[in-house]
Design a protein around this ligand. Structure first.
Ligand code: FE2
Ligand code: FE2
Length: 319
Protein backbone atom coordinates (compact mmCIF):
# COMPACT_ATOMS: atom_id res chain seq x y z
CA UNK A 1 0.00 0.00 0.00
CA UNK A 2 2.75 2.42 0.90
CA UNK A 3 4.40 2.05 -2.47
CA UNK A 4 1.13 2.87 -4.21
CA UNK A 5 0.63 5.91 -2.03
CA UNK A 6 4.21 7.07 -2.27
CA UNK A 7 4.26 7.06 -6.02
CA UNK A 8 1.00 8.96 -6.03
CA UNK A 9 1.09 12.26 -7.83
CA UNK A 10 2.40 15.36 -6.12
CA UNK A 11 0.32 18.41 -5.38
CA UNK A 12 1.02 21.87 -6.56
CA UNK A 13 -0.12 24.65 -4.32
CA UNK A 14 -2.21 27.57 -5.43
CA UNK A 15 0.82 29.82 -5.39
CA UNK A 16 3.86 28.12 -6.84
CA UNK A 17 6.04 31.14 -7.49
CA UNK A 18 6.34 32.85 -4.11
CA UNK A 19 9.27 35.24 -4.10
CA UNK A 20 9.17 35.50 -0.35
CA UNK A 21 6.47 34.65 2.08
CA UNK A 22 6.35 38.16 3.58
CA UNK A 23 6.07 39.85 0.19
CA UNK A 24 2.48 40.71 -0.73
CA UNK A 25 0.65 38.42 -3.11
CA UNK A 26 -0.54 40.15 -6.31
CA UNK A 27 -4.14 41.36 -5.94
CA UNK A 28 -5.58 39.15 -8.69
CA UNK A 29 -3.92 36.07 -7.21
CA UNK A 30 -5.16 37.00 -3.77
CA UNK A 31 -8.73 37.42 -4.99
CA UNK A 32 -8.68 34.05 -6.77
CA UNK A 33 -6.93 32.18 -3.99
CA UNK A 34 -9.84 30.84 -1.92
CA UNK A 35 -11.66 29.20 -4.80
CA UNK A 36 -8.50 27.46 -6.02
CA UNK A 37 -7.46 26.37 -2.55
CA UNK A 38 -10.92 24.99 -1.79
CA UNK A 39 -10.98 22.92 -4.95
CA UNK A 40 -7.55 21.51 -4.12
CA UNK A 41 -8.62 20.76 -0.56
CA UNK A 42 -11.74 18.97 -1.77
CA UNK A 43 -9.73 16.89 -4.21
CA UNK A 44 -7.22 16.01 -1.53
CA UNK A 45 -9.35 15.55 1.58
CA UNK A 46 -12.92 15.05 0.37
CA UNK A 47 -15.70 16.84 2.18
CA UNK A 48 -15.54 17.84 5.86
CA UNK A 49 -17.82 16.12 8.37
CA UNK A 50 -18.17 18.87 10.97
CA UNK A 51 -19.63 16.73 13.77
CA UNK A 52 -16.73 14.26 13.72
CA UNK A 53 -14.04 16.70 12.49
CA UNK A 54 -13.11 14.27 9.72
CA UNK A 55 -12.81 14.30 5.91
CA UNK A 56 -14.47 11.74 3.70
CA UNK A 57 -11.41 10.87 1.61
CA UNK A 58 -8.86 11.08 4.41
CA UNK A 59 -10.91 8.76 6.64
CA UNK A 60 -10.71 6.06 3.97
CA UNK A 61 -6.94 6.43 3.98
CA UNK A 62 -6.77 6.13 7.75
CA UNK A 63 -8.86 2.96 7.70
CA UNK A 64 -6.26 1.60 5.29
CA UNK A 65 -3.49 2.52 7.73
CA UNK A 66 -5.19 0.78 10.64
CA UNK A 67 -5.79 -2.34 8.58
CA UNK A 68 -2.19 -2.41 7.31
CA UNK A 69 0.06 -1.56 10.25
CA UNK A 70 3.81 -1.28 9.62
CA UNK A 71 6.31 -1.63 12.49
CA UNK A 72 10.07 -1.60 12.69
CA UNK A 73 11.51 -5.05 13.38
CA UNK A 74 14.18 -5.97 15.94
CA UNK A 75 15.41 -4.04 18.95
CA UNK A 76 13.43 -0.82 19.58
CA UNK A 77 15.29 2.34 18.53
CA UNK A 78 13.56 4.26 21.33
CA UNK A 79 13.26 2.97 24.91
CA UNK A 80 9.54 3.36 25.77
CA UNK A 81 10.22 4.06 29.45
CA UNK A 82 12.77 6.79 28.77
CA UNK A 83 10.40 8.27 26.19
CA UNK A 84 7.41 8.25 28.56
CA UNK A 85 9.45 9.97 31.27
CA UNK A 86 10.84 12.67 28.95
CA UNK A 87 7.56 13.29 27.14
CA UNK A 88 6.20 14.89 30.29
CA UNK A 89 9.28 17.03 30.98
CA UNK A 90 9.71 20.51 29.58
CA UNK A 91 13.48 20.17 29.22
CA UNK A 92 14.44 16.61 28.26
CA UNK A 93 17.17 14.80 30.20
CA UNK A 94 20.74 15.36 28.98
CA UNK A 95 22.55 12.92 26.68
CA UNK A 96 19.51 11.55 24.85
CA UNK A 97 20.34 10.07 21.46
CA UNK A 98 18.92 11.29 18.15
CA UNK A 99 16.11 8.71 17.76
CA UNK A 100 14.85 9.64 21.25
CA UNK A 101 15.00 13.39 20.49
CA UNK A 102 13.26 12.77 17.15
CA UNK A 103 10.44 10.88 18.91
CA UNK A 104 10.08 13.66 21.50
CA UNK A 105 9.91 16.34 18.79
CA UNK A 106 7.25 14.32 16.97
CA UNK A 107 5.18 14.02 20.14
CA UNK A 108 5.45 17.69 21.10
CA UNK A 109 5.85 19.84 17.99
CA UNK A 110 2.21 20.00 16.84
CA UNK A 111 0.55 20.37 20.19
CA UNK A 112 0.39 24.16 19.99
CA UNK A 113 -1.47 24.09 16.69
CA UNK A 114 -3.75 21.31 17.85
CA UNK A 115 -4.56 22.91 21.17
CA UNK A 116 -5.23 26.25 19.45
CA UNK A 117 -7.74 24.58 17.13
CA UNK A 118 -9.43 22.61 19.94
CA UNK A 119 -9.66 25.74 22.09
CA UNK A 120 -11.10 27.84 19.29
CA UNK A 121 -13.63 25.18 18.21
CA UNK A 122 -14.78 24.68 21.80
CA UNK A 123 -15.49 28.41 22.17
CA UNK A 124 -16.49 29.59 18.71
CA UNK A 125 -17.16 26.48 16.63
CA UNK A 126 -16.36 26.39 12.94
CA UNK A 127 -16.32 29.60 10.91
CA UNK A 128 -19.58 30.72 9.32
CA UNK A 129 -18.65 29.37 5.88
CA UNK A 130 -18.74 25.80 7.22
CA UNK A 131 -17.83 23.27 4.55
CA UNK A 132 -17.15 26.10 2.09
CA UNK A 133 -14.61 27.81 4.31
CA UNK A 134 -10.89 26.99 3.92
CA UNK A 135 -10.50 27.54 7.68
CA UNK A 136 -12.76 24.56 8.29
CA UNK A 137 -10.38 22.41 6.25
CA UNK A 138 -7.29 23.88 7.94
CA UNK A 139 -8.71 23.18 11.40
CA UNK A 140 -9.66 19.61 10.57
CA UNK A 141 -6.25 19.04 8.95
CA UNK A 142 -4.62 20.10 12.22
CA UNK A 143 -6.74 17.50 14.02
CA UNK A 144 -5.44 14.87 11.60
CA UNK A 145 -1.85 15.93 12.19
CA UNK A 146 -2.06 14.65 15.74
CA UNK A 147 -3.25 11.27 14.45
CA UNK A 148 -0.54 11.20 11.77
CA UNK A 149 2.21 11.93 14.32
CA UNK A 150 0.87 9.26 16.68
CA UNK A 151 0.77 6.77 13.78
CA UNK A 152 4.33 7.65 12.73
CA UNK A 153 5.57 7.13 16.30
CA UNK A 154 3.79 3.77 16.45
CA UNK A 155 5.96 2.63 13.51
CA UNK A 156 9.02 2.85 15.79
CA UNK A 157 7.17 1.19 18.69
CA UNK A 158 6.26 4.33 20.64
CA UNK A 159 2.68 4.55 21.94
CA UNK A 160 1.79 8.02 23.10
CA UNK A 161 -1.18 10.13 24.01
CA UNK A 162 -0.36 13.71 23.06
CA UNK A 163 -0.84 16.31 25.78
CA UNK A 164 -1.66 20.03 25.46
CA UNK A 165 1.21 22.55 25.36
CA UNK A 166 2.35 24.46 28.41
CA UNK A 167 3.95 27.81 29.05
CA UNK A 168 3.96 30.63 26.58
CA UNK A 169 2.77 28.50 23.66
CA UNK A 170 -0.43 27.56 25.47
CA UNK A 171 -1.13 31.13 26.53
CA UNK A 172 -0.49 32.47 23.03
CA UNK A 173 -2.57 29.87 21.15
CA UNK A 174 -5.51 30.37 23.52
CA UNK A 175 -5.47 34.14 23.06
CA UNK A 176 -5.10 33.86 19.32
CA UNK A 177 -7.67 31.07 19.12
CA UNK A 178 -10.43 33.48 20.07
CA UNK A 179 -8.95 36.72 18.64
CA UNK A 180 -10.37 38.21 15.40
CA UNK A 181 -8.89 36.54 12.32
CA UNK A 182 -7.55 39.86 11.02
CA UNK A 183 -5.26 39.89 14.06
CA UNK A 184 -4.54 36.19 14.62
CA UNK A 185 -3.64 35.49 10.97
CA UNK A 186 -0.48 37.60 11.37
CA UNK A 187 0.98 35.53 14.21
CA UNK A 188 -0.40 32.29 12.77
CA UNK A 189 1.65 32.85 9.61
CA UNK A 190 4.86 33.09 11.67
CA UNK A 191 3.95 30.04 13.76
CA UNK A 192 3.07 27.98 10.67
CA UNK A 193 6.46 28.82 9.11
CA UNK A 194 8.29 27.50 12.17
CA UNK A 195 6.01 24.44 12.28
CA UNK A 196 6.72 23.67 8.65
CA UNK A 197 10.48 23.99 9.17
CA UNK A 198 10.24 21.51 12.06
CA UNK A 199 8.26 18.98 10.02
CA UNK A 200 10.64 19.28 7.06
CA UNK A 201 13.65 18.73 9.32
CA UNK A 202 11.92 15.81 11.08
CA UNK A 203 11.25 14.19 7.71
CA UNK A 204 14.89 14.56 6.68
CA UNK A 205 16.07 13.24 10.06
CA UNK A 206 13.79 10.20 9.77
CA UNK A 207 15.44 9.37 6.45
CA UNK A 208 18.86 9.57 8.11
CA UNK A 209 17.90 7.57 11.20
CA UNK A 210 15.60 4.84 9.91
CA UNK A 211 16.92 4.05 6.40
CA UNK A 212 17.90 0.50 7.44
CA UNK A 213 14.25 -0.66 7.22
CA UNK A 214 12.68 0.78 4.03
CA UNK A 215 9.02 -0.19 4.55
CA UNK A 216 8.68 1.37 8.02
CA UNK A 217 10.58 4.43 6.78
CA UNK A 218 8.20 4.70 3.82
CA UNK A 219 5.24 4.78 6.20
CA UNK A 220 6.86 7.53 8.30
CA UNK A 221 7.74 9.50 5.16
CA UNK A 222 4.21 9.24 3.85
CA UNK A 223 2.71 10.49 7.12
CA UNK A 224 5.18 13.34 7.63
CA UNK A 225 5.10 14.22 3.91
CA UNK A 226 1.31 14.54 4.16
CA UNK A 227 1.66 16.96 7.07
CA UNK A 228 4.26 19.01 5.18
CA UNK A 229 1.92 19.36 2.19
CA UNK A 230 -0.92 20.47 4.49
CA UNK A 231 1.27 23.03 6.25
CA UNK A 232 2.53 24.53 2.98
CA UNK A 233 -1.11 25.02 2.02
CA UNK A 234 -1.84 26.72 5.36
CA UNK A 235 1.03 29.16 4.81
CA UNK A 236 -0.08 30.12 1.31
CA UNK A 237 -3.64 30.52 2.58
CA UNK A 238 -2.63 32.80 5.47
CA UNK A 239 -0.38 34.82 3.18
CA UNK A 240 -3.28 35.28 0.78
CA UNK A 241 -5.30 36.84 3.62
CA UNK A 242 -2.71 39.47 4.53
CA UNK A 243 -2.09 42.78 2.80
CA UNK A 244 1.25 44.65 2.80
CA UNK A 245 0.85 46.22 6.27
CA UNK A 246 -0.01 43.01 8.09
CA UNK A 247 2.70 41.08 6.19
CA UNK A 248 5.19 43.70 7.38
CA UNK A 249 3.99 43.12 10.96
CA UNK A 250 4.35 39.34 10.48
CA UNK A 251 7.90 39.87 9.22
CA UNK A 252 8.73 42.14 12.18
CA UNK A 253 7.28 39.66 14.70
CA UNK A 254 8.75 36.53 13.15
CA UNK A 255 11.79 36.18 15.40
CA UNK A 256 9.80 36.80 18.58
CA UNK A 257 7.25 34.12 17.66
CA UNK A 258 9.99 31.72 16.52
CA UNK A 259 11.97 32.08 19.73
CA UNK A 260 8.85 31.62 21.86
CA UNK A 261 7.97 28.38 20.07
CA UNK A 262 11.53 27.07 20.24
CA UNK A 263 11.75 27.94 23.96
CA UNK A 264 8.70 25.76 24.51
CA UNK A 265 10.16 22.89 22.46
CA UNK A 266 13.75 22.51 23.73
CA UNK A 267 14.17 19.09 22.09
CA UNK A 268 13.80 20.73 18.66
CA UNK A 269 16.77 23.02 19.33
CA UNK A 270 18.70 20.08 20.77
CA UNK A 271 18.19 17.93 17.68
CA UNK A 272 18.52 20.53 14.91
CA UNK A 273 19.92 23.73 16.43
CA UNK A 274 17.58 26.68 16.93
CA UNK A 275 19.22 28.89 14.32
CA UNK A 276 18.92 26.15 11.71
CA UNK A 277 15.18 25.84 12.29
CA UNK A 278 14.76 29.62 12.03
CA UNK A 279 16.91 29.80 8.89
CA UNK A 280 14.94 26.97 7.31
CA UNK A 281 11.63 28.68 8.03
CA UNK A 282 12.85 31.86 6.37
CA UNK A 283 13.82 29.96 3.24
CA UNK A 284 10.16 29.28 2.51
CA UNK A 285 9.47 29.97 -1.13
CA UNK A 286 13.12 30.48 -2.00
CA UNK A 287 14.46 26.96 -2.36
CA UNK A 288 11.85 24.91 -4.12
CA UNK A 289 9.87 24.21 -0.97
CA UNK A 290 6.69 24.67 -2.86
CA UNK A 291 7.58 22.09 -5.47
CA UNK A 292 5.32 19.05 -5.56
CA UNK A 293 5.95 16.54 -2.78
CA UNK A 294 5.09 12.85 -2.57
CA UNK A 295 1.58 13.18 -1.29
CA UNK A 296 -0.08 10.46 0.70
CA UNK A 297 -3.42 12.18 0.36
CA UNK A 298 -3.13 12.57 -3.39
CA UNK A 299 -6.46 13.05 -5.11
CA UNK A 300 -8.11 9.86 -6.26
CA UNK A 301 -11.30 11.58 -7.28
CA UNK A 302 -12.42 15.14 -7.41
CA UNK A 303 -15.32 16.11 -5.19
CA UNK A 304 -17.53 18.80 -6.63
CA UNK A 305 -18.02 21.90 -4.49
CA UNK A 306 -21.41 22.07 -2.82
CA UNK A 307 -21.80 25.75 -3.46
CA UNK A 308 -19.84 28.58 -4.89
CA UNK A 309 -19.02 31.45 -2.60
CA UNK A 310 -17.58 34.91 -2.97
CA UNK A 311 -13.84 34.95 -2.53
CA UNK A 312 -12.77 35.49 1.07
CA UNK A 313 -10.16 38.01 -0.07
CA UNK A 314 -12.85 40.60 -0.62
CA UNK A 315 -14.12 40.03 2.93
CA UNK A 316 -10.67 40.73 4.33
CA UNK A 317 -9.08 44.06 5.16
CA UNK A 318 -6.84 45.11 2.29
CA UNK A 319 -4.02 45.84 4.70
FE1 FE2 B 1 -0.12 21.16 11.88
FE1 FE2 C 1 -0.83 24.33 10.13
Amino acid sequence: MDRRLLKAAGMTHPTSHVSHVFDPMPDAERAAFDARYLSQLRARDGLPELSTRTFTLREALFRDLVENPVRRAGRPVVDPEVFARNHLLHEPEPDLDEPMLWALCMAKCNRGERHGVDYKLARKGFDSGGVDDPFTYVEIEETYHTRMLVDALRVIGVEVELVPPRGLTRWVVEIFGVAPRSFSDVVALDAELIGLAMFKLLLEKARALFADQPAPLARIEALLGGIVVDEIGHIHFLRSRLGPARLAVARAMFHVVARGLLDDNPEVGRLFGRERVIARALQFGLDGWTAPLPDRQAPERVVAPRTTRASRADLQPGW
